[in-house]
Design a protein around this ligand. Structure first.
Ligand code: MN
Length: 431
């Protein structure tokens, strides 16, 4: 940890110092914003209720050395070039921004680079080349397995292989984008043949995603000791899923059209640097679980491979939104309970020589815990629709209805550190 993590550090931007705000000076997440006035896209860093325009700050002459090189890589309209540079550049830019936003020496110049969040629309932060979704929660895997295979919920490979599938990058959208209810083939158990039509079992999946920084050459695996050098930062992910389509299509090759119609991500990428105070031990495997194979095992991963992130899912029906009711908290879980760590997922992905590239998105899979209220999707939360949710409006939910708004939030909190947040990952279902 370094001076950017100092819990005593405050910003001269008052909104950044309000306790409970997602973007204090200890966070400094990166994103791409569009100025409503000009329509132009810029790369920015969130601070309180403001965004620092990195290119504007560079034009004020506020950077030098590696920080200047990193700021120069922020002159486009995606973060890919910055991601390709690596940790030394990211960290120097972060350190300089931390000084500029706490120390008042250059305040006049920095103020000219600030844009209020109310004057911007957030964009997709990265041009995502490839998207992979894992299945890293053993509780999610066991719950889902027990619904479909009561006698054999967890398949024998689970504790050895970080299970994943290749998703679709083209349908990744930024928070706030409406999600169209998809159509597809479904077949009820008693019907002789499938029908084509709108899904009746639309679901969300609460997930955490991480963006690849420098990639690896094809046929050059990434050892677990170097895995985190290849991770820029984390975002929230909603892997929208149509359960009835999934049930009919998933065998023998896995998810396809049930999951590639939309994936929503939060616009701000919280860097691994910012998450440093919230690292924690990897999932403690029970004594009778096998140890990970050596290529997925390291002391550092065991000691600090986890990340303590509280994750929440909120639901508001159309009726609740019209009445301006508060969103209903559907579930609350923690990312530290994942069976596989970020480093293990990344190392496994590249272990066969598969080349990862800057801007690739790897997602964790549904984050579920041990309790009912920490189950990260409706399939589990309502136990396949057999235990409907009762909303405060009097409505019931098994799966999502048109007009429902799903919002994921995430934040990190511990003693002797300033709380940092991820902002939100939100989408409304349209029929
Ligand atoms: Mn998923």
């Amino acid at each position: 940890m370094n001076e950017t993590h100092n819990p005593q550090l405050t910003s001269w931007i008052p909104s950044a110092n309000i306790p409970g705000n997602d973007f204090p000076i200890q966070n400094l997440p990166f994103g791409v914003f569009r100025k409503k006035v000009t329509g132009l896209h810029h790369i920015g860093v969130a601070i309180g209720d403001q965004v620092v325009d990195i290119t504007a700050a560079r034009n004020e002459g506020l950077f030098n050395g590696l920080a200047e090189e990193a700021a120069e890589a922020c002159s486009g309209d995606t973060l890919n070039r910055l991601l390709s540079l690596g940790r030394a550049h990211w960290s120097e830019l972060r350190k300089r921004l931390s000084v500029l936003l706490s120390d008042t020496e250059e305040r006049g110049k920095v103020e000219r680079c600030l844009v209020p969040m109310t004057a911007v629309e957030m964009q997709l932060p990265v041009a995502v080349g490839d998207y992979t979704d894992f299945y890293a929660s053993i509780y999610h895997a066991t719950n889902v397995g027990s619904m479909f295979r009561p006698d054999n919920p967890l398949l024998p490979n689970y504790k050895y292989v970080p299970i994943g599938y290749h998703g679709r990058a083209s349908s990744i959208v930024v928070s706030g984008t409406p999600v169209q209810r998809p159509s597809g083939q479904t077949k009820s158990d008693d019907a002789p043949a499938p029908v084509f039509g709108s899904t009746k079992q639309l679901d969300y999946e609460l997930e955490v995603g991480f963006f690849i920084g420098p990639g690896n050459e094809m046929s050059k695996p990434i050892p677990i000791s170097e895995a985190e050098h290849h991770i820029f930062g984390l975002c929230l992910v909603n892997d929208w899923s149509a359960r009835d389509i999934q049930k009919w299509e998933y065998q023998p090759l896995g998810p396809f059209l049930a999951k590639n119609f939309a994936t929503t991500i939060s616009p701000w990428i919280v860097t691994l640097d910012a998450l440093e105070p919230f690292r924690c031990p990897a999932f403690a495997r029970p004594a009778d679980d096998p140890a990970p194979l050596p290529y997925l095992d390291s002391t550092a991963n065991v000691m600090t491979g986890g990340v303590n992130i509280t994750l929440e899912v909120f639901l508001r029906s159309r009726k609740m939104r019209e009445k301006k009711s508060d969103a209903f908290l559907v579930s609350s879980g923690n990312f530290k309970e994942m069976y596989w760590t970020l480093a293990q997922m990344l190392t496994h992905h590249a272990s066969n020589g598969c080349n990862l590239r800057p801007g690739d998105l790897l997602a964790s899979g549904t984050v579920s815990g041990t309790t009912k209220d920490s189950r990260g999707c409706l399939l589990e939360r309502t136990w396949r629709g057999t235990e409907p949710l009762q909303l405060p409006s009097g409505e019931k939910r098994t799966f999502l209805e048109d007009g429902d708004e799903v919002t994921i939030r995430g934040y990190c909190e511990r003693s002797n550190a300033v709380r940092i947040g991820f902002g939100e990952c939100r989408g409304v279902i349209v029929g």
